[in-house]
Design a protein around this ligand. Sequence first.
Ligand code: RNT
Ligand code: ZN
Length: 421
Amino acid sequence: MTESTLTQATTMYSQAKELYAASGVNTEAALERLATIPISIHCWQGDDVGGFENPDGKLGSGLAVTGNYPGKARTPDELRQDLEKALSLIPGSHRLNLHAIYLESDTPVERNEIEPKHFQGWIDWCKSQHIGLDFNPSCFSHPLADNGLTLTSPDKGIRQFWIDHCKASRVIADEMGKQIGSKAVTNIWIPDGYKDTPADRMAPRQRLKAALDEILAAPTPNNIDAVESKLFGIGSEAYVAGSHEFYLGYAIEKQIALCLDAGHFHPTEMISEKISACLLYVPELLLHVSRGVRWDSDHVVTLNDELLAITREIVANNIEDRVHVGLDFFDASINRVAAWTIGVRNTLRGLLTGLLEPTAQLREAELAGDYTSRLALQEEAKTMPIGAVWDEFCRRHDSPVGSSWLGEVRNYEQSVLSQRD
Ligand code: RNT
Ligand code: ZN
């Protein structure tokens, strides 16, 4: 940034600060608070949910990635290198969300035999980056998941295999949390369901409940358990055992975290609307911030109405200590480092927009039954100079301002990504 553009930007921020102050909003407080909210960045955008278990492994179990943009990470070191690039373009201090298939081992390891040592490289890397680490058992893309059933399988051996995988994952997450000094959120998602009308909707859910009981039995003080529901998937259009009602009930009963994925509900059903209701009954939430286009398509999150509504709910209700914000999208049709950067920067911008809302005034109007003022103030807030405050946040965190990060991604593409194919 040149001297004059820097001066110009600083002036824009001071003007924005004054404008916000006039409507009762403290931009300095917003900037400070935004810096305390970590986003859990999903490793799987970096390699199209491939993982390092098996170089010929195929993505399955209802998950699909489209696109063949060159330069995807082929090794843990390449993935870490790409993540470092993305982190350098994202302001603030965040977390990494890792799946079990991203293990590191010289010899093949079965999923029910994974151990903390297979993730030590990731733990050490997170320590070096000063970021937290979250974890997920991978109950998909595996021969024992090929018929679409894992924890609900009627075959006891198959079911036990996945139970043992999830148990091993919690042990690993607990070790991650311990070593890093920040609890790891471990999210269980399974694809289980049927393409066509089931004859028995109850038994798979009974098996799932019993399997989860066994998985969660051991105490893991450095781990936070979360369970993720889904409405339907490719190949499970008629029935998904782990539905919203199933996991909402389960999370309430066990007092564990409930994961709400923005793409896992009916298209007009919004997770922003569910946050306040669920938090009355479950201790914590994990969000999979995603963007479904017509279906659970896992597009890169854009700064759209639903993202703004989700992020606004978190900060307006002061619940950021109970809501873990994770991302979940995978787009292989664009530069993958850019996909992360766009998604995380948008999520932060959404949070900032919420922090800059004149919440106190809006609530006051609402309580007084003055819905005219509520609507008027909500709409005026939309065109306040949020961008000037966002730029200031980036500047204070030594992160690129405006679209200048894109040039850095292009350079990285030239010097690193294009050498991979
Ligand atoms: C699938 C779920 C799940 C996965 C990741 C890879 O529909 O959203 O969270 O996307 O765990
Ligand atoms: Zn998800």
